[in-house]
Design a binder for this molecule. Structure first.
Ligand code: 5GP
Length: 126
């Protein structure tokens, strides 16, 4: 494992079944569920089941099988939500990391968002 991980973060509690979630897809290595405050008609969070704080932690430290399992679950979500380029209109995949990335939950997650035009990539505010 890489960075210090807080076992009490909300996604750790979801993984332990302590907090309910609206599951979209799941496999051995990852879980996908709907964001509680969706910013687009389709807004799904994909998280690894392992304890990784952020994308850089996951990319550097997860075993390749876990990375593959995570990526395949992302593909499954994109297909299920009908936003992939195989018939759909596309999507945006975002991950926030640390204070400058404005990461709220310190368990790595990818936001997969679609169902509307997503607008400019970044809108800066103070
Ligand atoms: P971050 O800013 O860390 O990239 O995004 C965290 C996301 O988690 C936010 O979009 C927020 O709405 C979502 N979130 C926070 N708490 C919960 C929760 O208890 N359940 C679900 N499904 N989503 C949550």
């Amino acid at each position: 494992m890489g960075l210090d991980y807080d076992d009490q973060n909300i996604f750790a509690r979801i993984l332990r079944g302590e907090i309910p979630n609206d599951t979209v897809a799941e496999n051995e290595h990852a879980l996908a569920f709907r964001d509680i405050a969706p910013k687009s008609p389709s807004h799904v969070l994909v998280i690894p089941k392992g304890k990784y704080v952020s994308f850089d932690d996951f990319a550097a430290n997860a075993p390749v099988e876990e990375i593959a399992g995570f990526m395949r679950l992302c593909a499954e979500v994109i297909a299920k939500e009908g936003v992939g380029l195989d018939g759909g209109r596309g999507f945006r995949a975002i991950t926030n990391a640390g204070p400058d990335g404005v990461q709220e939950v310190p368990h790595f997650h990818l936001h997969i968002m679609g169902g509307r035009m997503m607008g400019p990539m970044v809108s800066l505010r103070d």
